[in-house]
Design a protein around this ligand. Structure first.
Ligand SMILES: NC(=O)C1=CN([C@@H]2O[C@H](COP(=O)(O)OP(=O)(O)OC[C@H]3O[C@@H](n4cnc5c(N)ncnc54)[C@H](OP(=O)(O)O)[C@@H]3O)[C@@H](O)[C@H]2O)C=CC1
Ligand SMILES: Nc1nc2c(ncn2[C@@H]2O[C@H](COP(=O)(O)O)[C@@H](O)[C@H]2O)c(=O)[nH]1
Length: 327
């Protein structure tokens, strides 16, 4: 594979500015038939999102995907969001009970707006089967399928009926897949997004490896329609999970969905836990992301997000770990 690169290896090249203020730039996006303030979604992980955060995001015009790790609460969550006329966006796995859950939703006449099939190795018949099952029973749901890392996978999941695919195997901050298995897009996630987006006929979500707000703009440049982020959303006041104090500073936990902390056992562990310094309120981060994206749009010489897709770029270096440590 040639021409591989990651976020830190790329710089976007400015084009002539056409606005007098960055506030003239619009960072909003259409995705799955809905309009959102940002092309960004917090990761569907248990230390990133819960019902409260999901409700806040939905009420305030941001996209969200609820995690799937408390399956017994999902039905009520869907009902609560729909009663309040808020966007409903949930995750499912591929085990037999998940097939049953989809049928229960259909029986209850509850069609979520978005359903994300969330497994580690999404280029699998199990995911193809689940896409078809959802499309059969809940044809109105927008199905996001993942995770994948190759054009072949994107095409196969799209052909099975997926409305969008999620790209990223192993670039995550609390991911150790690349270390434990030797596989994935860690170290070349941005190039993988480029390859997958070129093959895609439907939207692609870039998932994992975002370390700065500039990486969001880079993801858009290389073909992503939406960007999923874990670590930059961890550690907020609203973030679910344990908080500890050390040397007068507050830290919040951020653990991988395939970590022993999530699974409750040391089996097929492909995730770790980090303690993230408390970083204030979620809205402040969302606002800063919006401002930084507005600025990126201005550097791209436009007024809309789409301008970023057309800028030139240079490759400046290569580094496999993208700033991460193993433990
Ligand atoms: N984006 C990424 O790089 C990664 C993300 N994750 C996240 O961790 C969470 C747990 O993922 P996951 O373990 O898939 O979920 P589950 O534990 O729900 O597993 C889903 C199904 O896929 C099977 N499975 C999992 N990995 C593989 C594999 N490599 N090859 C064949 N079958 C497999 C599991 O069986 P069995 O367990 O018996 O193999 C199970 O039947 C998800 O939220 C996922 O997104 C995990 C790793 C990588
Ligand atoms: N390999 C693993 N990947 C994981 C795990 N839990 C979540 N994830 C993926 O990481 C991203 C978030 O990445 P970040 O760099 O923004 O922090 C998340 O959306 C998942 O795709 C895991 O245990 N192992």
């Amino acid at each position: 594979m040639e021409n591989v690169f990651d976020y830190e290896d790329v710089q976007l090249i400015p084009a002539k500015c056409i606005v007098n203020s960055r506030s003239e730039c619009d960072s909003s996006v259409e995705f799955g038939g809905h309009h959102f303030k940002l092309p960004v979604v917090p990761a569907n992980m248990q230390t990133i999102i819960d019902e409260k955060v999901a409700t806040y995001l939905a009420e305030n015009g941001y996209f969200y995907i609820m995690h799937r790790f408390e399956p017994e609460r999902r039905m009520q969550f869907v009902k609560d969001m729909q009663e309040r006329l808020l966007i409903t966006s949930i995750s499912v796995g591929v085990k037999p009970e998940e097939y049953e859950f989809i049928k229960q939703l259909a029986d209850g006449n509850l069609t979520p707006d978005f359903i994300t099939i969330d497994i580690a190795h999404g280029h699998a018949d199990s995911v193809v089967g689940m896409i078809k099952h959802i499309k059969q029973h809940l044809p109105g749901a927008f199905v996001i399928a993942g995770n994948v890392g190759t054009p072949e996978a994107v095409r196969e999941l799209e052909n099975a009926g997926a409305d969008a695919t999620k790209v990223g195997i192993g670039p995550g901050k609390v991911c150790i897949t690349k270390i434990k298995t030797g596989f994935g897009t860690g170290g070349w996630q941005l190039a993988a997004i480029r390859l997958c987006a070129k093959a895609a006929s439907k939207p692609v979500i870039a998932d994992g490896g975002i370390r700065t707000h500039g990486d969001i703009a880079k993801s858009i440049r290389f073909g992503a329609s939406m960007v999923m982020i874990g670590s930059l959303f961890a550690g907020h006041e609203e973030s679910p999970g344990e908080t500890v104090e050390k040397d007068g500073k507050l830290y919040k936990e951020y653990f991988g969905s395939a970590s022993e902390f999530q699974k409750g056992e040391k089996k097929n562990v492909e995730g770790k836990k980090e303690w993230v310094e408390h970083r204030g309120y979620l809205q402040d981060t969302l606002t800063e992301m919006e401002q930084d994206l507005q600025s990126a749009i201005s550097y791209a010489g436009g007024t809309k997000l789409d301008a970023i897709r057309h800028v030139d770029y240079v490759i400046v270096k290569n580094s496999i770990f993208n700033g991460d440590k193993v433990y």
